[in-house]
Design a protein around this ligand. Structure first.
Ligand SMILES: O=C(O)CCC(=O)C(=O)O
Ligand SMILES: [Fe+2]
Length: 134
């Protein structure tokens, strides 16, 4: 059963606790690799916003989840993102800002992979907690 189709997390980074059931996979150069749950370990995923702000130096990880286990699978991701009322444009190099024609009010196209809007969230959450059961 698919828990999550392939996607990037649209945040700075995700901190993920898995339970004992397999299922999380990451894509690397066209192949999919399992991320086995390990006791007392957390997974840290780079999100699209981090890739963008680092000018591509930190790569967002493309991942998917399929419960291949007989058991129920439970995962607890915490998505870390800035308060989106905050103007993040100052964090982007000036030359790139000009190239991307970013200003604070504009929606920003993010590579070809997805998009992230600055200044659009009305509430100021910095971490979104989810519990995902597949
Ligand atoms: O279930 C998982 O291990 C990861 C879930 C996930 O990719 C997400 O919530 O963005
Ligand atoms: Fe994810």
């Amino acid at each position: 059963m698919w828990g999550s189709s392939p996607h990037f997390d649209n945040c700075l980074m995700t901190i993920l606790k898995q339970d004992k059931a397999d299922g999380l996979e990451i894509e690397y150069k066209g192949d999919w690799y399992p991320v086995k749950p390990m006791e007392d370990c957390i997974v840290v995923n780079i999100g699209t916003l981090m890739e963008h702000l680092s000018d591509g130096n930190a790569k967002a990880v493309y991942h998917r989840v399929k419960n291949t286990d007989d058991r129920l699978r439970c995962a607890w991701p915490v998505f870390l993102a800035p308060n989106l009322n905050r103007d993040m444009t100052q964090m982007i190099d000036l030359k790139r800002r000009v190239k991307l024609k970013i200003n604070t009010a504009k929606a920003l196209r993010f590579h070809k992979r997805g998009w992230y809007k600055f200044n659009t969230f009305e509430k100021s959450e910095t971490a979104i907690f989810a519990k995902i059961i597949v």
